[in-house]
Design a protein around this ligand. Structure first.
Ligand code: ZN
Length: 382
């Protein structure tokens, strides 16, 4: 099923600066913080497919080896990264990107990317997402004298993101730190945990504090009628503990009376916990998911993931995107192959007579841009 004519909103991605990256571009398709050896990154089906598709686009001579195709790509990218990036983007139907400005970020990588420059580079409309962990990171790094001070710093950062940066959503990566089983705590409990933690760093108090600030972010999102994304499922190894990244762990928090009406998006559909994710979007009134990261990085798993989501998920709760970062291919591969994988999954549902061909198109339009327009309140995309 060919969906390439449908416009795309990428609901979760990152800005990049071509001047900042000099690793072999193929390594960026392995989700690891350790640089993978060539014997790994040259032998995955994602990289094999990527190289084959790139060879067609850049016109590599027939019979070129993987390294020869990579060399040609590097030459083109180095000589004019803007022209190369735009060539890739123009071969897709990407119109709008929602970018997580928490990576790259001064606090983590030593630099941030100017969004105007990035928008000009990729020729898309760009809307920022506020990764609230950049603020929490500051607190844990500097440990201000009192809990009240720490609270004020966070509060000011949240307000700045909303009023000054005009963010379209909040995002939490608490899954990477203390996991998704988030509990609500009172100001008094958090303040006591802060004082204990300041004297003696320990994981129990760290969890209380991270949970507390996360709920504070949810409340801020609610006050300002913004959705909040949560990283769920696989992430950069070995930082992420997959055992605490299953979105099902959020079931009690999301059922809480105060939290229930905040729009929460389970990014990456909790992969590999996609059945659980789909189930949650069908139970909770305000829970959504996106197939970011599954696209671009997990290749053939995308079809299985989409079919698993559809075991329970209503079509108006699933969104599309890449989690692209660092190099243009991580976006381009998702916009080309990810859209094909979505078409394959929908076609399978048509062939087995679960949906009609008309419904497949209706679902594809919802997933590729209509749901995002509604959930993130993005002005017309066509
Ligand atoms: Zn991301």
């Amino acid at each position: 099923m060919d969906l390439s004519g449908i416009p795309i909103i990428d609901v979760h991605t990152h800005p990049f600066d071509p001047a900042k990256d000099d690793a072999d571009f193929r390594t960026h398709f392995i989700m690891s913080l350790w640089s993978p050896p060539a014997s790994v990154y040259t032998n995955t089906i994602v990289v094999r497919k990527l190289i084959r598709e790139l060879a067609k686009l850049i016109g590599a001579p027939l019979g070129s080896s993987q390294d020869e195709i990579a060399d040609l790509r590097n030459k083109l990218y180095k000589s004019d990264s803007k022209a190369y990036t735009q060539r890739l983007m123009r071969s897709t139907n990407i119109k709008t990107m929602l970018v997580d400005t928490g990576f790259p970020h001064e606090e983590f990588t030593g630099y941030s990317v100017d969004l105007k420059v990035f928008s000009d580079l990729v020729q898309c409309k760009i809307y920022p997402i506020f990764r609230m962990d950049t603020s929490i990171f500051k607190i844990f790094k500097s440990m201000p004298a009192t809990f009240e001070e720490a609270f004020d710093i966070t509060e000011k950062d949240f307000e700045k993101a909303i009023k000054f940066d005009k963010v379209i959503a909040f995002k939490s990566i608490i899954a990477y730190q203390t996991g998704l089983e988030i509990f609500k705590h009172t100001d008094k409990e958090a303040s006591e945990a802060y004082n204990r933690f300041k004297k003696n760093k320990n994981t129990a108090d760290e969890k209380i504090l991270r949970d507390y600030f996360c709920v504070m972010g949810l409340r801020k999102a609610k006050e300002n009628n913004l959705p909040m994304q949560f990283h769920t499922g696989l992430g950069s190894a070995p930082d992420l503990d997959l055992r605490v990244a299953n979105p099902i762990l959020m079931q009690y928090l999301l059922a809480d009376e105060e939290i229930r009406d905040i729009k929460v998006i389970l990014t990456h559909s909790g992969y590999p916990f996609t059945t659980e994710t789909g189930y949650m979007t069908s139970i909770y009134p305000n829970v959504y998911c996106d197939v970011t990261a599954i696209n671009s990085y997990y290749g053939i798993a995308g079809k299985k993931a989409i079919l698993e989501l559809f075991e329970f998920a209503p079509a108006n709760r699933i969104m599309f995107g890449t989690d692209g970062a660092l190099i243009p291919e991580t976006y381009w591969f998702g916009y080309t192959q990810g859209v094909k994988v979505l078409g394959d999954a929908l076609e399978e549902m048509v062939t087995s007579d679960w949906i009609t061909a008309g419904e497949a198109i209706e679902f594809a339009e919802k997933i590729l841009y209509k749901n995002a327009e509604e959930i993130y309140k993005i002005p017309g995309n066509k």
